[in-house]
Design a protein around this ligand. Structure first.
Ligand code: AQP
Length: 344
């Protein structure tokens, strides 16, 4: 006799995602994740978090953390996340994130975490000098998602492996605590032309907040002159743009710029090459910079307006934390009960 498969998760469909307030958001964060945050509203109940517990793995200045946290919340709203519908809140304001992360620390295996390529990339040759928090980051991420029993997680491609770990943790918890179907196995929502935006100087590295050079990324708050300067200085090669997608093979930096143009103009790469194929970067780069400046300017303006009123942002974040806690607390109470904690 074979065991029947565990029942599928039968709870509500819910979206959860977050971004770290380590530095201002960039075009990769926008195209890889934030644009999807906005598009998913109306289709799902959406919960968007500013993940400050994650940010302290990078040791930010405590005097700046709260301001940077508000800035990420402002970016969410300026890009189109509506706080009247979606929940926007700060991770550290809902203590259950840390509590569930500890339970998951006792579920996840060292071998699972040792395979995480993002830790290897961030630690480089100095893993032994890194904080335990940076190593443990994907376990906290699993807790963030599963604390709300989220079923869908919009992220960039770099987060695919972490999402697989979240699924493994959910499944092992369900098995270990004889709770079939208790946690959903969250689905990453990664597809789309902006899933992996690369560094403007090195097409093999992803665009990142923590890169020491600001010239490697387009920030959401960059003005038109800054964008033009960064795009003009972006690495390319002496050849003209190819006529077809196949011609981008082996030209990572060019592929990245064409991909950005396609994503920002909501056109296909083929369509962009139909217009620019055979032309030089003297034509393409200014067109790309102008497109970026036109699309990002309204977001930057709205971010400035929101950042000028920190009390209003705090009110949104407090109400978001109350709404998040109302979902998280009963789920955490059930976890405590299943784990067998005293008083649960
Ligand atoms: N280059 C990228 N292309 C597409 N998506 C990206 N994301 C990040 N970089 C790119 C997505 O943005 C979301 C927020 O990520 P995060 O704040 O948790 O940090 P991260 O993934 O580590 O991104 P950064 O910008 O590189 O931050 P630092 O330098 O602080 O580590 C995620 O959905 C991510 O996939």
């Amino acid at each position: 006799m074979t065991d029947a498969p565990p029942p599928p998760y039968a709870g509500p469909q819910r979206v959860f995602s977050g971004m770290q307030p380590t530095n201002g958001l960039h075009l990769g964060n926008y195209l890889g994740a934030l644009q999807k945050f906005v598009a998913l509203q109306g289709k799902y109940e959406c919960i968007y978090c500013v993940v400050d517990l994650h940010a302290i793995t990078a040791g930010p200045d405590p005097k700046e953390l709260a301001a940077k946290t508000r800035e990420v919340a402002a970016a969410y709203i300026a890009a189109g996340v509506d706080p009247a519908h979606s929940i926007i809140f700060v991770q550290s304001a809902v203590r259950e994130h840390s509590e569930l992360a500890w339970v998951f620390n006792c579920i996840a295996r060292m071998g699972w975490l040792e395979r995480m390529t993002q830790f290897k990339d961030k630690a480089g040759k100095h893993a032994e000098r890194m904080s335990v928090g940076l190593f443990d980051y994907p376990v906290l991420q699993a807790a963030d998602i599963l604390l709300y029993k989220a079923t869908h997680v919009p992220v960039g491609e770099d987060q695919k492996q972490h999402l697989e770990l979240s699924r493994d943790i959910a499944q092992k918890f369900n098995n270990d605590y004889e709770a079939p179907g208790f946690f959903p196995l969250p689905e990453p929502l990664i597809q789309g032309p902006g899933a992996r935006i690369m560094n403007l100087r090195e097409g093999t590295k992803k665009m990142s907040k923590s890169d020491p050079s600001d010239m490697t990324r387009i920030n959401l708050t960059d003005d038109a002159d800054t964008i033009m300067n960064k795009v003009k200085k972006a690495t390319t090669d002496p050849l003209p743009l190819p006529e077809t997608k196949e011609g981008l093979a082996g030209r990572a930096e060019v592929e990245n710029l064409v991909g950005i143009y396609a994503a920002m103009s909501e056109r296909s790469v083929d369509d962009v090459l139909l217009e620019f194929g055979g032309k030089g970067f003297g034509v393409f780069k200014p067109a790309l910079a102008e497109l970026l400046a036109a699309k990002l300017a309204p977001i930057a303006t709205e971010m400035r307006r929101l950042n000028a009123d920190p009390a209003a942002l705090d009110a949104i974040l407090s109400s978001g934390a109350d709404r998040a806690r109302a979902i998280a607390a009963p789920i955490m109470a059930e976890v405590r009960e299943r784990v067998g904690f005293w008083g649960a």
